[in-house]
Design a protein around this ligand. Structure first.
Ligand SMILES: Nc1nc2c(ncn2[C@@H]2O[C@H](COP(=O)(O)OP(=O)(O)OP(=O)(O)O)[C@@H](O)[C@H]2O)c(=O)[nH]1
Ligand SMILES: [Mg+2]
Length: 202
């Protein structure tokens, strides 16, 4: 019954610091959590119930400005265990990225011979058999949306054109309130849950 999310009730926002998770969480839930210009604004998970779904806003995964390494590692462990332990409750994991800086940062990691943090996170989530959507945020700062989304999708194992992956990639601008494509993905997760069928994935 791996794919049965008929009882799952959480939609969890995850991603590195400062990508806009809390801004998105406010839009989705109306709950006024802190957002900020500096990374590391959210320290613990915030939760808010909307209808039959509980949205969860996670702290940033990875680097947090001003935080001790020990605190950063602790946050990362917390997030990893959260997904490992509560997989059955999670209807949808939304990995939020900053589409305006994703590629530059991923290139930097690859030049150092490392797997980019956000690629690693995405693979971790999909390996757990979770339904995962990528919210490509800050699209208002992206000059060539299609080329950027193609390249981001490709890094995450989704062959271009990105438009074939609209059930998994949602270009949004949380700050501008422009999140229609993500709401569409959420709606179909909810629909497949109530139909008792498998979630939209893979
Ligand atoms: N240009 C632009 N800026 C955005 C967008 N969404 C969020 N931001 C800005 O990005 C910054 C970080 O936003 P947060 O929502 O606090 O980010 P977060 O991912 O919750 O950060 P942590 O809690 O530190 O993990 C804020 O200055 C937001 O105003 C967007 O769509 N476009
Ligand atoms: Mg936050």
């Amino acid at each position: 019954m791996e794919d049965d999310r008929s009882m799952a009730s959480e939609i969890v926002l995850i991603g590195r610091s400062n990508v806009g998770k809390s801004t998105l969480f406010r839009l989705l839930t109306g709950k006024k959590v802190r957002v900020g210009r500096r990374p590391g604004v959210t320290v613990g998970p915030s939760r808010a119930r909307v209808g039959s779904v509980t949205y969860v806003d996670m702290p940033g995964y990875g680097y947090m400005k001003g935080a001790e390494r020990r605190v950063q590692e602790g946050t990362k462990d917390f997030i990893v265990h959260y997904f490992e332990d509560r997989g059955d409750d999670i209807l949808l994991a939304i990995q939020v990225i900053d589409a305006a800086s994703f590629l530059e940062i991923a290139d930097r990691w690859e030049e150092r011979g490392e797997v980019p943090l956000e690629v690693e996170l995405f693979e971790f989530l999909t390996d757990l058999d979770l339904a995962v959507a990528v919210a490509a945020n800050k699209m208002d700062r992206v000059e060539d949306p299609d080329a950027t989304l193609d390249a981001i999708g490709e890094r995450l194992g989704m062959l271009p054109p990105w438009s074939q992956w609209r059930d998994r990639i949602a270009p949004i601008s949380a700050k501008g309130g422009d999140i229609g494509s993500l709401k569409e993905i959420i709606r179909s997760s909810l629909q497949s849950r109530s139909a008792g069928g498998p979630s939209p994935k893979k």
